[in-house]
Design a protein around this ligand. Structure first.
Ligand SMILES: [Ca+2]
Length: 190
């Protein structure tokens, strides 16, 4: 058995021995770590919910009045809406995503004036359209189309039969890209 000399208290600087300073540093480190743990999942969730249509240029076949412009379906405000002229089929609402995107999900939030029959289409040139979703028995509310595989710069909602005698009205049209495309959009700062 080896014998060790009795441990000598090492000389410490007066700063390091002040419990107040140590306590403050320790508390600061714990707060930082705790804060990062709290923030990290929220940031991940925000990335998964990226909407690429917000604030993008929008047009429509008609408006009920100047109080309901096309852009109100893309303003991330659930209180504002686009509304078409009343009593006329078909009507459409279109957004320019600014660049070709791969669309994986489109979420429509209808006002009371909903579409019974409509389709969601994408286009590269705004002229030739490809259907990515089709509704033939719509009942309004929220239509959340996921698992889509559309690709285009423009997206439109094209209504052919109204659910009421009014027009077509949407509080929001949220367009989501797929994962790879979302990264591309983020890198480009969009
Ligand atoms: Ca809105």
């Amino acid at each position: 058995m080896r014998l060790h000399p009795p441990a000598q208290p090492s000389p410490r600087s007066p700063r390091a021995t002040r419990p107040g300073t140590l306590g403050i540093i320790l508390a600061a480190v714990l707060l930082l770590v705790g804060g990062l743990l709290l923030v990290a999942p929220e940031r991940a969730g925000a990335a998964a919910d990226t909407v690429i249509s917000t604030g993008k240029p929008a047009t429509a076949s008609s408006v009920e009045s100047s109080s309901y412009p096309a852009k109100y379906a893309f303003d991330a405000n659930s209180a504002t809406r686009w509304a078409s002229a009343e009593g006329v089929d078909p009507q459409w609402l279109r957004v320019d995503l600014g660049a070709t995107a791969t669309v994986s999900r489109v979420k429509l939030t209808w006002e009371a004036a909903y579409a019974k029959v409509y389709r969601v289409e994408v286009s590269d040139d705004g002229t030739t359209w490809t259907r990515i979703a089709n509704e033939t028995a719509g009942n309004g509310g929220t239509d959340d189309w996921s698992g889509l595989t559309g690709r285009g710069r423009y997206l439109r909602v094209y209504g052919t039969a109204r659910g009421t005698s009014y027009g077509y009205s949407l509080f929001g049209v949220d367009v989501f890209p797929d994962l790879a495309d979302r990264c591309l959009h983020r890198r480009r700062g969009r």
